[in-house]
Each structure stands twice: as structure tokens, then as C-alpha cells.
Ligand binder design. Structure first.
Ligand code: IVH
Length: 674
């Protein structure tokens, strides 16, 4: 090996070790800063020496921007589910069945992780495929996304079998779940109902670079293969830990029903202090030979069963319903409750989502309601205790006018929510739009926090996003506002804070077009849609003139988004604001990206099937790096269909029908090197 190659290999090993210490063992040995330094060094070396690239390098964990299309893979061993039990009697029945056919056995009790199950296939110590459960027979190939999960080893160490499969659960820790939902609520996107949905949604995202940001984790609890090291489940897992996997430590070997029940009741309490969600306990027979003897029913093993915890619920009194108005005018009804203890926290509010939910519950004022907190962070009302209701109780009627500005509410077709249409004159909408514009993912003016926006708005200095750029030293200095209820804490613009804000505003003029477009706050245009749009429409003029049809032709843009965009630009007040932003030097066009001149300039490709030398994503990357474009489906615009093994038959027949050139892997390589 050359010196450079040695250096690259050593850096990869060192970074892998630190990843493992941090994400698997929770015992970091170096600071984040030092880790980043090492990573940057490796990134630089790999960039300069592409001949040593390795898809399993720790640099590849950041994911890529290329759209995943998930192909299906048949599981070598079907992914079965477990029979559920809900009480001690049902567990005792399970034990009796096992005892009758085998006699005394050792059980293992494990936590039942509430996430999304995954099957990882390793060959010669390398992660080959990561496949979702799917229908149990075949699942989606989500390898590229799974590679971004840092607790999953891409390369094993120690003495592992050549070929094996390990299964487990991908989970989203509570802290990440809350962070993602807060961000979604801020962007007026629907929050995930629970960490399980958030985990499975994240795993199926189109871009692995987005998955990398989600903070997923993975616990492994089941290993399959021909040459496993032991005939005991627990021993296999302990050995797999030494290969680099994150294997749970919270399991217990149990030899009696009593021990099993104690484990269950202990964890029913303790589960609330875990950093992730569990929804029960899994009880397994430890000896694999006995497992095989007990066998399987059509759906589940006879050697294991799950016990599901009851969702915690408590009764509370409905004190009132209040209505919040968001940045886009969306109304969110909230139930204010008498304080109750639930899943370890005090609950005083529950989301009611929309008018239909209130009607379905048949909510009346002063009702006693049952509140449940399952995997959900925001508790929900599951039912009303009708027998506690007074005859004279009045039904909760949904408001018809905006609680902030009095405008008649509307409910657009196909929407579950009501909206206040007074977007230019309704205070929380006006302020919300300004707060969104200056937020971190948009124009990132961090000294314009909520309190300051409030102050500038109330003073009449900033009524819309363009007004920010009319602020100057004279207008700001000396402005003040009390920021606590007792009026004691006061925010005031002194010399330093004034200058800091003006500097922040100046700096925002360098923020790229896609973040500005996101910041402008067009309904349904989130950060990802904004990025897609600015890739297709290089400046705001082109976007503002785009027809609905042209917009819909863009990847991932549907009729609802298209309509919202054309509506936005047909409003004169909006175009005035855009013009003022432009006059002030805000970036409203894409940076001139260096158009890659390569063998594939002006050519469009559809890549399908599997390849010998590259993964499908690597083929797509090569196309983009050489100036070509990737399309998801075959159409008259396609130049080549790159057909690997198992190419979809519909793609092939469509390409043949349209006379599109079909090339195989070696023809593709020849084309690249021409
Ligand atoms: S063992 C043959 N162990 O629960 C079944 N599953 O309904 C092997 N799960 O699909 C599964 N924690 O997604 C097993 N400690 C654990 C688990 C667990 C969660 C999930 C898994 C499975 C479902 C069963």
C-alpha cells in the first residue's frame, strides 16, 4: 500500500473506533471538535485520491442528495411477527404450552422496542443489504439510508461468520423526536404522531442526506445464519456485541413465571425513564435447538411471545378549548385540562387537531375526558365519560371567526383544518411570517428573536419581511420593551445590540436563494420543496411566471403546492415585498453553479436493476458528476435506460416502445470512458 492509502485506511479505522465509542458504547474518548478535525482530514484525502474510495468509509455516513428508489428484496428467512399478550394469564398459557412439549426451559426477557424492524445482511464483515420488514416475505432495500445510522457498523471486527443476518429495531430517541416535531410544527407541517411513525417515515426518505440528520439509532436482538457461534440466543448476541453491534444490555434470563412477571412489572415503571420508547416485553426461549423443536405457526414463532404494556390513561376535566393561529393562518384547537399525572409528567393540555375530532368526541363543556399518552408526546383525548355529564352541559361549538382578528374562518376543500384568510392583517400570522423569515433554516438573523420581532412589530417598524431591511441605527437605538409579566425584565436596544442586529441583517444578504425562498413562507413550500424549486427555476422571476402545469412537472411538486405558489405570486402585495427584497440585495437567484461539462452533458438517464461494480446510487452519482441528469421513469425525454440485472420489465418494455436506447453496465462504463 502507498503511504497515502495507509494514511486513509488508518484514519478510517480511527474514526470507526470513535463512532463506536460514541454511538454504541456511550463512552466518547475525544471531543466533537477533534473528531471533526479527523473527519475533515479524511474527507480531504479521499477527495484528492478518489482511486481509494470505499462505500463503507465513515465519510459516506452523511448520505447523499440523490433520490433513493427502493427496490424490493426477498428475505432469506421470512420476517415473522410475535403473538401478543396483555396479561399474566396469557403469559402463563404460553409457559404451559412450552412446558407441555419440552419441560423446564430457560427464557430470556427483552425490551420490546417501539420502532421499525430492520434486517441487516453481512457478507465477509461488510454490510451488504438493509431491508425493511415489508410484508414479511419481501421488504424495501433501504441500505443507503441505514448506512447513515452511526451505531450500525459498516465493517465488523473480530471473528464473525462469512454470511449472516441480524435483525433489530430502528428507533428514534425521544430527544430527536421532539426536536423534529418542534421543527415541523414551526414549519406548519403535520407533526409525527409518535416516535415509531417518525422512525419508519425517516427510513423511507428519498434522500439519505436527510435521513442522516434525523438521529436514528438501532438495537439488534435476533441473529440468523448457518454458522452461528453458539446454540444459545444470549451467547450469540453477546458475541455479536464484540463484532461491533449495539446489543441491548437490558435483558434477563428467567427460569420461572414469577421471574418473568417481575421483569414485566419492573419495566412497566422504568420504561418512562428510557431515552426511547418501548411498548412491551418480549419473552423468548433461549436455546436455539429448543426454539427449532417448538417451531412456528403460519404467522409467528411458538418459542417467543410479546407482552404489551397498557397505554397509560387518566381522567381529567375539560376546562376550556382555546384556538391557536399559526403562521399560515391554520387554526389549532387545544383542550385545557385540570392537571393530571400521566406517564411520569403533568399534563394540562391536549391537542384536539381539528373540528372533526371535536365532533367525533362529541365534546361538551366541563366534560370529564380520558386522556392517553401512548408513544405520543402530545397527549390525546380518547373518549368522554358520558355518565359524568350534566344534562345541562353545552356542546363545544367550533369557532367561526378568528380569535385574533375576527375574520370569518374558511375550511379549504380537502383540508381538515380551518384557516384565517386574513394573512396580511392578522397579528399572529404577520408576526409568525417574520419569525419564520429570520429563523435558522431561513435568513438566520439570530438576534431577531421572538421578543425583538414583537417589539419591532408593535412599534410599527417591521410589519412584513421587507421592512427588516429598512431598519437603521436611528430607528433602533433606545427602543425598549418589558419582556416579563411583572414588567421588571426589559429588553432595550443599546449600542452593541443595535449594531449586532444590523450586522446580522447585512449578513442575511448572503443567504442562498433556496433558504430565502423557504423563508418567504409560501404555504406548503418547506425547506426541501424550496431546494427542489430553486434547482429548476434559477431565479424568482422564472418561478413567479411558472404555470401550474410547469410546476407540477417538477419532481415532488403536486397540484396543491403548485396552486399555492401561483396564488402567492398573483398577489400584488406579495410581489411588492419580493421587489423590495430584491432592491435590498437579498439573493433571489441561484448561485451560478459550475455546470459540469462531461460525457453526459444534456443527456437523461433512467437507472434500473442491480449492478456488479457499483450500487445503483453510485451509478446515478457518476451520471450527475459527468453532467447528466437522472430521471425516475422512462419517457420520451430519456436518452438511455441503464439496465442492470433484474431491471423492471415495465421500464424495459416502455423503453423499447419509445425506441429509447437500452444499455447494460459494461456499455455504460464504455460510454463514460469514451
Ligand atoms: S424478536 C420471530 N425481539 O416486535 C420474531 N422483536 O411483533 C423475532 N420487536 O417484528 C422478533 N423488540 O419489530 C424481537 N426484543 C425484540 C423486539 C422485537 C421489538 C418487534 C419486531 C417484531 C415485532 C413483533
Amino acid at each position: 500500500m502507498s503511504d497515502i492509502q495507509n494514511q486513509i485506511v488508518a484514519l478510517r479505522a480511527e474514526l470507526n473506533k470513535h463512532n463506536h465509542n460514541y454511538y454504541v458504547n456511550n463512552t466518547p474518548e475525544i471531543s466533537d471538535f477533534d473528531f471533526d478535525q479527523l473527519m475533515n482530514k479524511l474527507i480531504e484525502l479521499e477527495k484528492q485520491n478518489p482511486q481509494f474510495n470505499d462505500p463503507n468509509s465513515p465519510t459516506q455516513r452523511v448520505g447523499s442528495d440523490i433520490s433513493n428508489d427502493f427496490t424490493q428484496i426477498t428475505h432469506q428467512y421470512p420476517m415473522l411477527s410475535l403473538g401478543n399478550t396483555y396479561n399474566e394469564n396469557e403469559i402463563s398459557d404460553f409457559h404451559d404450552r412450552v412446558h407441555k412439549s419440552i419441560g423446564d426451559v430457560e427464557y430470556v426477557c427483552e425490551l420490546k422496542y417501539d420502532g421499525t424492524s430492520i434486517s441487516l445482511n453481512y457478507e465477509n464483515g461488510l454490510l451488504k443489504h438493509a431491508v425493511t420488514r415489508g410484508d414479511g416475505e419481501k421488504g424495501d432495500d433501504v441500505t443507503e439510508n441505514v448506512k447513515t445510522i452511526k451505531s450500525i457498523p459498516l465493517q465488523l471486527s473480530g471473528n464473525y461468520p462469512d454470511k449472516f443476518e441480524i435483525r433489530g429495531e430502528i428507533v428514534l430517541p425521544h430527544s430527536q423526536f421532539e426536536k423534529i416535531n418542534q421543527e415541523r410544527i414551526k414549519n406548519e407541517e403535520l407533526p409525527f404522531a409518535n416516535p415509531r411513525n417518525a422512525a419508519s417515515g425517516s427510513l423511507k426518505m428519498k434522500k439519505s442526506s436527510e435521513v442522516a440528520k434525523r438521529g436514528l439509532d438501532c438495537y439488534l436482538y435476533y441473529i440468523l445464519g448457518d454458522n452461528l457461534p453458539s446454540t444459545l440466543h444470549t451467547e450469540n448476541l453477546e458475541i455479536a456485541r464484540s463484532w461491533g453491534f449495539k446489543i441491548p444490555t437490558d435483558y434477563k434470563k428467567c427460569n420461572s413465571l414469577d421471574e418473568i412477571n417481575t421483569f414485566i412489572s419492573d419495566w412497566d415503571e422504568k420504561r418512562h425513564s428510557l431515552p426511547f420508547e418501548i411498548d412491551g416485553i418480549v419473552i423468548k426461549v433461549n436455546d436455539i435447538n429448543i426454539q427449532n423443536e417448538l417451531g412456528y405457526t403460519a404467522k409467528s414463532p411458538r418459542w417467543a411471545i410479546s407482552y404489551k404494556f397498557q397505554a397509560e390513561e387518566a381522567k381529567a376535566k375539560l376546562l376550556s378549548v382555546s384556538y391557536q393561529v399559526g403562521r399560515t393562518g391554520r387554526i389549532t384547537p387545544v383542550a385545557n385540562l385540570s392537571p393530571i399525572q400521566l406517564a411520569g409528567t403533568t399534563v394540562q393540555r391536549a391537542s384536539l387537531h381539528n373540528a372533526d375530532i371535536i365532533n367525533e368526541l362529541d365534546l361538551h363543556q366541563n366534560d370529564n375526558v380520558w386522556v392517553e399518552k401512548g408513544g405520543e408526546i402530545i397527549p390525546k383525548i380518547t373518549r368522554v365519560e358520558i355518565k359524568d355529564r350534566d344534562n345541562s352541559a353545552v356542546k363545544v361549538e367550533y369557532i367561526t371567526q378568528c380569535p385574533e382578528c375576527g375574520t370569518q374562518l374558511i375550511r379549504p376543500e380537502g383540508e381538515a383544518s380551518h384557516f384565517c384568510p386574513n394573512d396580511k392583517g392578522c397579528k399572529p400570522q404577520q408576526k409568525g411570517k417574520i419569525e419564520h423569515f429570520v429563523s435558522r433554516k431561513a435568513l438566520n438573523i439570530d438576534s431577531l428573536g421572538e421578543q425583538v420581532v414583537d417589539l419591532l412589530f408593535e412599534e410599527g417598524l417591521v410589519k412584513n419581511i421587507a421592512d427588516i431591511y429598512d431598519l437603521n441605527y436611528e430607528k433602533l437605538i433606545g427602543l425598549s420593551k418589558s419582556v416579563s409579566k411583572d414588567g421588571k425584565k426589559v429588553y432595550s436596544f443599546k449600542e452593541k445590540s443595535t449594531q449586532k442586529l444590523l450586522d446580522g441583517i447585512e449578513k442575511s444578504k448572503t443567504i442562498p436563494f433556496s433558504s430565502v425562498l423557504f423563508g418567504i413562507g409560501i404555504k406548503h413550500v418547506g425547506a426541501t420543496v424550496a431546494k427542489t424549486l430553486t434547482q429548476k427555476f434559477n431565479n424568482i422571476e422564472l418561478l413567479s411566471k411558472a404555470t401550474k402545469e410547469e410546476l407540477i412537472e417538477t419532481d415532488d411538486i403536486g397540484p396543491k403546492v403548485a396552486e399555492s405558489i401561483t396564488n402567492f405570486f398573483s398577489d400584488e402585495e406579495n410581489t411588492d415585498i419580493i421587489n423590495r427584497l430584491k432592491e435590498n440585495g437579498i439573493q433571489l437567484e441561484s448561485e451560478k453553479v459550475e455546470i459540469l461539462e462531461g460525457n453526459f452533458t444534456n443527456q437523461s438517464f433512467v437507472v434500473s436493476g442491480t449492478f456488479t461494480n457499483y450500487s445503483r446510487d453510485e451509478v446515478k452519482k457518476i451520471i450527475e458528476e459527468n453532467g447528466g441528469k437522472n430521471l425516475s421513469g422512462v419517457s420520451s425525454k430519456t436518452t438511455y435506460l441503464v439496465a442492470g440485472e433484474k431491471t423492471g420489465p415495465s421500464k424495459l418494455s416502455k423503453a423499447e416502445k419509445l425506441g429509447i436506447q437500452i444499455i447494460n453496465e459494461s456499455e455504460f462504463i464504455a460510454l463514460l470512458n469514451k
